[in-house]
Design a protein around this ligand. Sequence first.
Ligand SMILES: [Zn+2]
Ligand SMILES: [Zn+2]
Length: 314
Amino acid sequence: MKKFHLTILGANAAGPGYGRITSCQYLMYDNAAFLIDCGEACQIRISEYKLKANKINTICISHLHGDHCFGLPGLLTSFSNANRSKALTVIGPKGIKAFVDDIIAHTYSRINYPLSFIELDHSNQTEVVFTNDDFEVSAFPLKHRIPTYGYRFQEKAHQLNIKKEAIEKFQLSIPEIKKIKQGIDVIRNNKEIIKWQDSCINPSLPRSYSYCSDTVYDEDICKYISESQYLYHETTYLHELSHLAKERMHSTALEAGQIALKANVQNLIIGHYSSRYRKVDSLVEEASSVFTNVLKGYDGFMLDFPKIKVPSSS
Ligand SMILES: [Zn+2]
Ligand SMILES: [Zn+2]
């Protein structure tokens, strides 16, 4: 199984507070890392958590509010100072390239490695922004005060391996083996069913992670994040401040729980906490009142995405 690992570098909203920095996450899949948002001090967190900056090949920025991108120019110039030669892609809303170019120009800095941008036009569509044989990343629109995107990181379905005993036991033909390797049951004479799960070695389902910050409560996003193994959803406020959440286009902990439930995800990680909350257990409790599997996001939160077992056929 490929490595699929998340480290949250920053879980605070707006500015740093109570030891939390602003939004930034480091997601490793196989041998390459994605940085999701890039709040100030992300470089300190990368070294503090002993993560490898040079593994980052793609940076996904949700939007151009400073708490999600003010760490980006510093990180990009540090790559130059470290003599990076590998290409890097920055994905974000329209304007991200001008933001970086202007700071580089005004500070007389240089980028010495191939740097490219994918700028997203605000639309109601999901857009694939990265793909290889095993993994795909898509961007989708969130509802916030300025154009904002969520990202879904999705493992592709892997080729199933068939058990030798199953071939002998069921006398499987080549077309039947092909079907089973695609996860399709074999049906003989309209009655004998050979379940693909019973014929494959350790079958598992593709793992996935969806990132939604910042956004007002919006059920429209459920179609993009549905069935995710883990969902990170912002919880800037407790629901007693739902009027503030609406006005500033953020979500409450209760609303994050409701979205997790409606999207039928397996686990919810919360974060993007307002600096009015020194402790965030009350936000976890509130989200847990509507959804069962709630995890508290915090700076230093680490997660190895576990294997998802195929439900038994019996
Ligand atoms: Zn924010
Ligand atoms: Zn924002």
